[in-house]
Design a protein around this ligand. Structure first.
Ligand SMILES: [Zn+2]
Length: 154
């Protein structure tokens, strides 16, 4: 899906990108500017601001400050599968490109280079990605979040 996150939701924005969604996170903006970006770009606005949400058609008011609960709410609301996907840069939202292992030598830590076979690169910010410990930990966390999202609301 395509989302726009308000300034309170930077961590949620990163995680939604790790789930393969197209998420803009514009930083501090006036409410109406954020609403305009969402409308212009056809994005679902996610916001911690109940008043703003009430004015923005199709937006979702994010009820909790807790990341896990935020993800549960979004997965439930939009019936999303919540599987990790190496498709977007978590920092800048640019689609990732898979690169050959031989091409990342020297660009990633030696230990990572030895252990990993698959690598991705963000051509916009230059960041490299691989499915290391951090990725596996995120996968385990998403498994719990999916389980919570799949259970009927209390
Ligand atoms: Zn990037």
């Amino acid at each position: 899906m395509n989302f726009a996150c308000d300034h309170m939701l930077g961590t949620l924005a990163k995680w939604l990108r790790f789930l393969g969604h197209d998420v803009v996170y514009p930083g501090p903006l006036k409410d109406d500017e954020l609403k305009a970006i969402a409308e212009r770009e056809g994005r679902t606005l996610l916001t911690r601001d109940r008043e703003l949400s009430g004015r923005a058609a199709g937006s979702l008011y994010i009820a909790s400050d807790d990341l896990d609960e935020q993800l549960v709410q979004v997965l439930r609301q939009f019936q999303l599968p919540g599987d990790l996907s190496m498709t977007r840069c978590s920092l800048c939202n640019t689609p990732l490109r898979q690169v050959l292992k031989a091409d990342v030598r020297g660009s990633v830590p030696d230990g990572v280079f030895e252990r990993q076979e698959e690598f991705w690169r963000c051509d916009a910010c230059g960041r490299f990605y691989w499915q290391g410990t951090h990725w596996n930990n995120m996968g385990a966390r998403m498994q719990q979040i999916r389980a919570k999202a799949g259970s009927p609301p209390e």
